[in-house]
Design a protein around this ligand. Structure first.
Ligand code: GDP
Length: 355
């Protein structure tokens, strides 16, 4: 429904998996799709995240008719794969990510962090897909840069296809052992019952159009109700990292998933003791590459609306906790917000103790 378009925020996507299986390469490939400065609909770099607008995804998938089919504005990929905030801490009773991608090297199969990622997603009930990465390393594989999986697969020799099938079904077997019914994405009819697995190469971009399409489909089907947000409501987010920045002192990188944050807003931030109550001194986004004449890498902005990644400079935030909530407040709502932040932190600690 077109009139719903502006009420849905961008789903937040986290990329997880074992070290060296290709999380960073996949994100770089998605980022590199088209970063044309100043062009409408170009990919936007956030603090800690990359936003891929719907137009680019549709273009990448090569079917313009899809534009009307999807009502989410795009996808926001979290940059720091396997970040602490996603693995041990939680917000909104689940992981910060709305969706996830688990990367498995098709030539190596499952590793401890693959299983750990699956367990976290299972616990949080986060909809996700698995990608079997590095298909270009299969012996004899002919690369077709950036094509959909089925398109490149059809152009491989029967020997290469057989080799692929063998490795691919080993991964399906691994998933089965972990309690997942899984199949190649194009054979899945109900993504709620069967986990979709997409063969890709983060290096050559093969299968990437499929990844973007399936993620959009999942967002549309399973998340619609949770993606409604209140643009005029208080800003609600999760602290990704607490960082010293030259000239700025301590800053926090935040993923905002609801409402709007403004410079000067009072915010409550979770930490191990009493929540921090402070005022936003500056909201910062990364500076465009063309503006390197400025000394700082960051550019101040007056306000920011979900979903987005932003750096916040504020007094007294040294003890802020990665993974903790941050919520803006008025004097009238302050006590209630402090209680809400406290109870989320208690949940986090219980969760961490259990792990
Ligand atoms: P991460 O630790 O999961 O972020 O893994 P990286 O993205 O850093 O990848 C680890 C190594 O695998 C790097 O040397 C990458 O160049 C390589 N790599 C990642 N994806 C692919 C792929 O699809 N094909 C090939 N041939 N190499 C890949």
């Amino acid at each position: 429904m077109a009139e719903d378009k502006n009420n849905l925020r961008t789903p937040i996507v986290c990329v997880m998996g074992h070290v060296d299986h290709g999380k960073t390469t996949l994100l770089d490939q998605i980022r590199g799709t088209r970063i044309v400065k100043g062009e409408a609909g170009a990919i936007t770099q956030h603090i800690g995240a990359t936003e891929v607008p719907i137009d680019i995804i549709v273009e990448k998938c090569g079917d313009k008719r899809l534009a009307d089919k999807f009502i989410v504005p795009g996808l926001l990929f979290i940059d720091t794969p396997g970040h602490h905030a996603f693995t041990t801490l939680r917000s909104r009773g689940g992981s910060l990510a709305d969706l996830a991608v688990v990367v498995v090297d098709i030539n190596e199969g499952f590793k401890p962090q693959t299983i750990e990622s699956l367990n976290i997603l299972k616990r949080f009930k986060t909809p996700f897909i698995v990608v079997t990465n590095k298909i270009d390393r299969i012996q004899g594989w002919k690369v077709h840069q950036g094509e959909s999986f089925l398109s490149t697969y059809k152009k491989q020799t029967p020997e290469v296809q057989a080799l692929f099938e063998q490795k691919f079904y080993d991964v399906i077997g691994n998933l089965y052992e972990q309690g997942f019914s899984a199949d190649r994405f194009d054979r899945v009819t109900d993504f709620q019952k069967t986990l979709g697995v997409i063969p890709i190469s983060g290096m050559t971009g093969e299968g990437i159009p499929d990844v973007l399409m399936i993620l959009l489909g999942l967002a549309q089907r399973f998340l619609e109700s949770s993606l409604h947000y209140d643009i005029n409501g208080p800003g609600v987010g999760t602290v990704l990292e607490v960082k010293e920045e030259k000239g700025l002192g301590t800053t926090i990188d935040v993923i905002l998933y609801d409402g709007t944050l403004r410079k000067g807003d009072t915010v409550v931030i979770g930490c191990l003791g009493e929540p921090i109550v402070t005022k936003i001194r500056a909201l910062l986004k990364p500076r465009e590459l063309s503006e390197i004449r400025y000394e700082s890498k960051f550019q101040p902005i007056p306000e920011i609306t979900a979903a987005a990644g932003v750096k916040i400079s504020a007094p007294d935030i040294e003890n802020a906790l990665a993974g903790a909530p941050i919520i803006s407040t008025t004097p009238e709502t302050l006590n209630g917000v402090i209680e809400r932040v406290k109870s989320e932190i208690d949940d986090v600690q219980i969760q961490t103790d259990v792990d």
